[in-house]
Design a protein around this ligand. Structure first.
Ligand SMILES: *Cc1c(COP(=O)(O)O)cnc(C)c1O
Length: 363
């Protein structure tokens, strides 16, 4: 097959996969204690590979194919804390391409198993910061292609529409009492999702604000507040998928309306609360987002403001059975729930105002 014919077929395979797939659900979160405030979860766990990284992986493959960076037989390599690699392994298998994920040794065994399930190989390095040079090296050694999600996430996705996550949310909100969300709260790993939401709302002239919640071990919040690109952070984030040790190229600071820094123990308490209320388990980043939205929801209630807020449910809890849903793991990782479960329940179930003790920044 000629190189162009192979690429043409590869694009068709990815488009056909999309064509067979349904959109992800937008789930209302029942909050009778907060009258007039409507909260929705954009459930990205229902993608075939279980997280919002399914969208990113599809975009990155199409971008690399369109650029001629991936051809028949190209080994695809990625630096990933896990979820992106799971989704890319899925698309690599669809196209019959070898795939290598370079990731921190601490990545959950469930994610490693998922990558291997799709025929990918895992290459482990010690720290979160080592994945970048190691991935470039593995790609060079095999004459492969380093996808580099942290650089290309923001540009591989069509932010104007094309059923990106933002367009999907706005279409699903049309018949709701407040179709134009007051805010969309998400989190940053690559920064691709915040960039897509932020650009889309400006381009489509919505009033919606895009708020990004950041976990403890991450530079994004301080970079947002200070503009210092050289910031680094030594510890790997305990909230898988979000929080980075360095400022990533795909994180578009100027596009974000506000950020909130959320304690990791609060994020874990939030997903345990969520499980009680909707009967579903979410990953840690969803907890960071949910807790990060609480000060905003409280301000809406206090101001008597009616409206809707959309939270991204980035992935499900299946991959974290042995971490966020295991008391021994939480204790070993210093994630004592402390005051957080009582605080969350008091506000969300009884409407009692709380002191959230989070840092917020607005530009
Ligand atoms: C990647 C990721 C995010 C953040 O999304 P980005 O588009 O990379 O900023 C949030 N949660 C999980 C579980 C992720 O894997």
């Amino acid at each position: 097959m000629s190189s162009r014919a192979w690429t043409c077929n590869a694009v068709r395979i990815i488009e056909a996969d999309f064509n067979r797939s349904a959109d992800t659900h937008l789930i209302p979160l029942p909050l009778p204690a907060l009258p007039g405030v409507h909260v929705y979860l954009k459930d990205e766990s229902s993608h075939p590979t279980g997280s919002l990284k399914h969208r990113l992986a599809r975009s990155l493959f199409l971008y690399a194919l369109a650029n001629g960076w991936i051809r028949e037989g190209t080994t695809v390599v990625e630096a990933s804390s896990g979820s992106t690699a799971v989704s890319e392994a899925y698309f690599a298998r669809l196209l019959g391409l070898p795939f290598v994920a370079v990731m921190p040794r601490a990545t959950s065994p469930e994610k490693v198993a998922a990558i291997e399930f799709y025929g990918g190989r895992c290459h482990f390095v010690e720290g979160a910061a080592q994945i970048y040079p190691a991935a470039a090296q593995v790609a060079a050694d095999r004459s492969g292609h380093y996808m580099d999600q942290f650089t290309y996430a923001e540009r591989a996705t069509d932010w104007r529409g094309n059923n990106n996550i933002a367009e999907s949310v706005f279409a699903q909100m049309v018949l709701e009492p407040h179709p134009e969300p007051r805010a969309i709260v998400c989190a940053a790993g690559t920064g691709g999702t915040p960039a897509t939401f932020s650009r889309y709302v400006r381009y489509r002239r919505h009033t919606t604000e895009v708020v990004v919640a950041d976990p403890e071990d991450s530079v994004f919040f301080d970079y947002y507040a200070s503009g210092d690109r050289a910031l680094t952070c030594q510890r790997a984030s305990r909230i898988e998928g979000i929080g980075r040790p360095q400022v990533e190229a795909s994180f578009i600071r100027e596009s974000i309306d506000a950020m909130v820094k959320v304690p990791d123990a609060a994020a874990i308490a939030a997903i345990h609360w969520l499980e009680r209320v909707i009967g579903r388990r979410a990953g840690g980043s969803t907890g960071t987002i949910l807790y990060g939205a609480l000060p905003l929801l409280q301000r809406m209630v206090q101001a008597g403001e009616q409206g809707s807020v959309v939270l991204v449910m980035c992935d499900g809890g299946e991959r974290y059975t042995h971490s966020y849903y295991d008391d021994a793991w939480l204790a070993a990782n210093g994630l004592d729930p402390g005051v957080y479960p009582a605080r969350i329940a008091a506000f969300l179930e009884r409407g009692e105002a709380q002191d959230w003790a989070v840092r917020e920044s607005r530009r």
